[in-house]
Design a binder for this molecule. Structure first.
Ligand SMILES: [Zn+2]
Length: 246
């Protein structure tokens, strides 16, 4: 058992929250019970995930995509009211960590994806949110490994036989960050989504591009974080995947 304020302080320090200027508040977004024994991890705080967390009698729900995004309406109406009311009625704490959970060197989405893809020497590229590393495989093998890891068929742009050595990636919806991969002449860039102009940009810069799923590439950080917390504070832990093909 741990109290919610102590857990929030621990997470904020562990994830270095103060270092980030983000599109949403990171940390305890909705306050619930002070005594936490059961935590649940999920990617996005939608109603399906909240309903399952209620069924599982969670004390805290940890997500990568929480509430209160910049540019969204501040008023608490409609589905936002439904989600928040369900959490408050059931005394469930909502913890959300966005960029700090992408970037963390141990439990972050990017390092966790790199470990699963067996990328050598994974490291962040300077001040960007993009990571780089080495691999030695044709594009088709990289794509197949991603398919196996995520359980989702990726969209592949490039010659299947293209040898991939310098590989770059950024979990989530980071298609515009292909520019950072082009700057260092990477052989391949992996992210979660793709936009209309990307296939041509990739082809003309001779870089392979893989769109592996926003949800699919961002499942691993929140799981690693909660496994760490469960061990550290002797908590019950469960991951709930609300399937999302995007
Ligand atoms: Zn995301």
């Amino acid at each position: 058992m741990i109290d919610n304020k102590t857990l929030a302080t621990y997470c904020n320090e562990y994830l270095n929250v103060a270092k980030f200027s983000d599109y949403c508040p990171n940390g305890l977004q909705i306050e619930g019970t002070s005594e936490i024994t059961k935590i649940i991890a999920g990617v996005s705080a939608n109603q399906d995930l909240i309903d399952q967390a209620i069924d599982e009698k969670a004390d805290a729900l940890f997500v990568h995509h929480g509430f209160f995004w910049k540019n969204e309406k501040a008023s608490i109406t409609g589905i936002k009211k439904n989600r928040i009311k369900a959490l408050l009625d059931n005394n469930i704490n909502l913890f959300a960590y966005h960029l700090p959970l992408d970037a963390h060197p141990v439990v972050g989405n990017n390092i966790q994806l790199a470990l699963r893809l067996k990328i050598q020497n994974p490291q962040p590229m300077g001040d960007t949110l993009v990571w780089k590393g080495q691999i030695d495989a044709p594009l088709s093998d990289v794509a197949q490994t991603l398919h196996n890891v995520t359980g989702r068929e990726p969209l592949i742009f490039g010659d299947a036989d293209k040898p991939i050595r310098t590989i770059t990636w950024c979990t989530g919806g980071a298609q515009s960050y292909i520019e950072h991969a082009i700057e260092i002449d990477a052989d391949c860039f992996i992210t979660g989504e793709v936009s209309e102009q990307i296939p041509a940009i990739a082809k003309e810069n001779n870089i392979a591009y893989i769109s592996a799923g926003h949800h699919a590439t961002e499942r691993y950080g929140v799981q690693a974080l909660c496994q760490h917390l469960a061990q550290q504070f002797d908590l019950d832990y469960q991951y709930i995947d609300i399937d999302n093909i995007v």
